[in-house]
Design a protein around this ligand. Structure first.
Ligand SMILES: Cc1cc2nc3c(=O)[nH]c(=O)nc-3n(C[C@H](O)[C@H](O)[C@H](O)COP(=O)(O)OP(=O)(O)OC[C@H]3O[C@@H](n4cnc5c(N)ncnc54)[C@H](O)[C@@H]3O)c2cc1C
Length: 380
């Protein structure tokens, strides 16, 4: 039910960042309503890594244990040469992550993650089928218009509406995200074919070729019953209107064929595979204006090669909630400024390294990413 009077906080977008900020705000006793254009959410065929930095945030909204039961717990992030199989790095996760970084590192199906996040929300404050089409600020509130004909007023708006954010456009003017020059293929594999190969499939491994081409392969379930890969491949252009299109095993074979036997087995077990363009923006010079503020991909989209895009959105959510709690919603300008000052440097650093695609290719200490605790870190 949407109350008739002005809402306290509206979150636009119930994706991974929006669902997180809505849950955190409600947990902190704000009345936050979240609106998404989708009529419902489906279990799209893709996986995601969630680092200990974000599992600590999920602890706060009661999701850490549940996600730990569903997701896979790799002992390492391995990087390997795609032709020879030689190990380029072995980054310790598993028990080491629990001890050193304060929470587990999991890999999980993003549909399973999102379903848990959405079910943790107060259901009467979650509104599907609400596509924001226009938004403007008046004296002491913001007016939001939706494609379903509704007009709703709110004191504050959080734009968690992804890379094509309408709220970003309202703050900074129209500008399409830039095609990054890279695409990714995504596939959940046929487990019978994988098993029939008799080979071992490590729980989290990134295979590398020249020019940073790669396949990141991992389990998406605790019991190892689902295995997934996502690639990164340079491509001159993206000539489709759709957000993704079908690819094929033949295309995978043409790009990655004649590689290490484990890679060949991944390609052989590929039945349905799609390909996606990766979009980018330069760091924004403005994260909020007046009563509207951005988070996640609306604010700092990145190529996904560090597996931290959603993690940054969820860290944003935790810090923004703390700033609003500490300064009070009446001091929203100061709270938004404190949020930006706290988040800008870290989000930009992750965006830069992610785009460069160097993360964990060689031995390095990932503590600055994984040990960070957005629920406790100094603000400002
Ligand atoms: C191939 C690939 C692999 C990735 N792997 C990882 C990984 O392993 N780990 C990781 O942390 N990140 C990963 N990422 C990045 C991650 O997916 C994004 O950073 C993350 O989804 C951003 O979350 P968000 O909430 O900001 O935006 P989104 O998840 O895009 O959510 C935006 C929401 O807003 C809604 N919306 C948009 N416009 C409107 C509107 N006008 N009105 C109402 N609703 C609207 C949409 O329906 C959507 O639900 C990966 C990305 C890709 C492409």
């Amino acid at each position: 039910m949407i109350p008739d009077d002005t809402l306290d906080i509206a979150v636009i977008g119930a994706g991974l960042g929006g669902a997180a900020v809505a849950a955190l705000l409600n947990e902190a006793s704000f009345k936050a309503h979240v609106f998404d254009q989708a009529p419902a959410f489906a279990r799209l065929g893709a996986g995601i890594h969630i680092g200990p930095n974000v599992m600590k945030i999920f602890r706060k909204i009661g999701l850490e244990e549940r996600l730990s039961v569903i997701g896979a717990h790799p002992d390492h992030w391995f990087s390997r040469d795609g032709k020879t199989g030689a190990y380029l790095s072995r980054i310790k996760l598993g028990d080491y992550a629990r001890k050193e970084y304060g929470a587990p590192y999991i890999t999980i199906h993003r549909g399973d993650l999102h379903a848990e996040q959405v079910s943790a929300l107060p259901q009467d404050r979650l509104h599907y089928d609400h596509c924001l089409t226009d938004i403007h600020e008046e004296d002491d509130h913001v007016v939001m218009k939706f494609a379903n004909g509704k007009t709703i007023r709110t004191r504050l708006v959080i734009g968690a509406d992804g890379v094509n954010s309408l709220i970003r456009e309202k703050l900074l003017g129209p500008e399409k995200p830039r095609y990054s020059g890279w695409i990714g293929h995504r596939a959940l594999l046929n487990m019978d074919k994988l098993r029939a190969s008799g080979l071992e499939f490590e729980r989290c491994v990134k295979w590398w070729w020249e020019q940073s081409r790669h396949i990141m392969a991992y389990s998406t379930k605790a019991d190892g019953s689902e295995y997934y890969y996502v690639t990164g491949v340079p491509a001159n252009s993206w000539d489709h209107d759709a957000s993704f299109v079908d690819s094929s095993r033949d295309e995978m074979e043409a790009i990655f064929g004649n590689s290490h036997p484990v890679v060949n087995a991944l390609i052989n077990a590929t039945e349905t595979v799609t390909k996606w363009p990766f979009w980018n923006r330069d760091p924004l010079n403005l994260w909020s204006r007046g009563r509207m503020v951005l988070l996640g991909d609306a604010c700092h989209p990145m190529r996904p090669h560090m597996a931290q895009g959603a993690c940054m959105a969820i860290e944003d959510a935790a810090v923004l909630t703390r700033c609003l709690t500490e300064l009070g919603p009446g001091s929203y300008r100061d709270a938004f400024e404190l949020y930006e000052v706290t988040r800008r440097e870290r989000a930009t650093k992750v965006q830069t390294i992610s785009n460069a695609n160097t993360w964990l290719k060689e031995p390095e200490d990932p503590a600055w990413v994984y040990a960070y605790d957005a629920t406790n870190a100094a603000l400002g």
